[in-house]
Design a protein around this ligand. Structure first.
Ligand code: KIV
Length: 273
């Protein structure tokens, strides 16, 4: 393919430039079919470690590995051409040291072709953000409710509800911005805090259960399509009931098969022997 007819994705600097101009629309995708369908409508697709819970039925995000997320990310990259593709760094793959983070981020980007990584953590992880950004790895920071901290937080709980914790989350976000993060995900924080952080930072904030004042929103795709059973967070508006469609299609399929109503080769290709 010549350079001229290559389709250009939304780039990381373009996402940064959206601040104050247009909101960033982002969703998760873990597989090729979903990524293909979502691509044109979105600015950013995240291969979240939420795939541990959504795709693998695990109780939390802690046990997904770099290799698992890298192969999901490679499938998403292969089947998209428009959205900026960001991949999560799994628990245990970056917290030990900036060097460990760089080695795993480089492995993740090389294996998948993604445009950047997302990393959870407060101020203590800002040094790692700086180390990665200085070495060419775009970092999307994730503060507030951080699912990888489920055991230290004692569950998936809204954050920033006291003045003290709100101040700490603001400082976390500022520290990552100063370290070079291109944007900050704000998860499960009070609306006033989401607004305050958005007004403070020069880089975009991307909210999930945060505030409409954020510079964009990211949600788990299955949550807005009726594919998450009864585990749908309250902030996830439902845009379709694909779950009901799949259930009904499966029932109609099974009824056809039980009734012997399924085509043979002759029906499909007109092949006769
Ligand atoms: O893993 C994930 O899906 C996330 C969210 C921000 C959507 O981190």
């Amino acid at each position: 393919m010549s350079v001229h007819n290559q389709v250009k994705r939304v780039s990381v600097p373009q996402l940064v430039a959206y601040k104050g101009q247009q909101k960033i629309a982002a969703l998760t995708a873990y597989t090729a079919p979903f990524a293909r369908l979502l691509d044109d409508a979105l600015d950013m697709i995240l291969i979240g470690d939420s795939t541990a819970m959504v795709g693998y039925g695990l109780p939390n995000t802690l046990s997904i590995t770099v290799d698992q997320l890298a192969s999901h990310a490679a499938a998403v990259v292969r089947s998209t051409s428009h959205a900026c593709i960001i991949v999560d760094m799994p628990f245990g793959s970056y917290q030990e040291s900036p060097q460990q983070a760089f080695a795993n981020a480089a492995r993740m980007l090389a294996a998948s072709g993604a445009d950047g990584i997302k990393m959870e953590g407060g101020m203590a992880m800002a040094e790692t953000t700086r180390f990665l950004v200085e070495r060419g790895v775009p970092v999307l920071a994730h503060v507030g409710l951080m699912p990888q901290y489920v055991n230290t937080m004692g569950g998936f709980k809204a954050q920033g509800m006291t003045d003290e914790s709100a101040e700490r989350i603001l400082r976390d976000a500022v520290a990552h911005e100063q370290a070079g993060a291109f944007a900050v995900v704000l998860e499960g924080v009070a609306e006033s805090l989401g607004r305050r952080i958005t007004e403070t930072l020069a880089v975009p904030t991307i909210g999930i259960g945060a505030s409409p004042a954020c510079d964009g929103q990211i949600l788990v795709t299955e949550d807005i399509l009726g594919l998450s059973g009864d585990r749908i967070p309250k902030f996830a508006k439902q845009f379709a009931d694909v779950g009901a469609m799949v259930r009904s299609a499966a029932e109609r399929y099974a009824a056809d098969v039980k009734g012997g109503d399924f085509p043979g080769l002759e029906h499909c290709f007109g092949v006769k022997r």
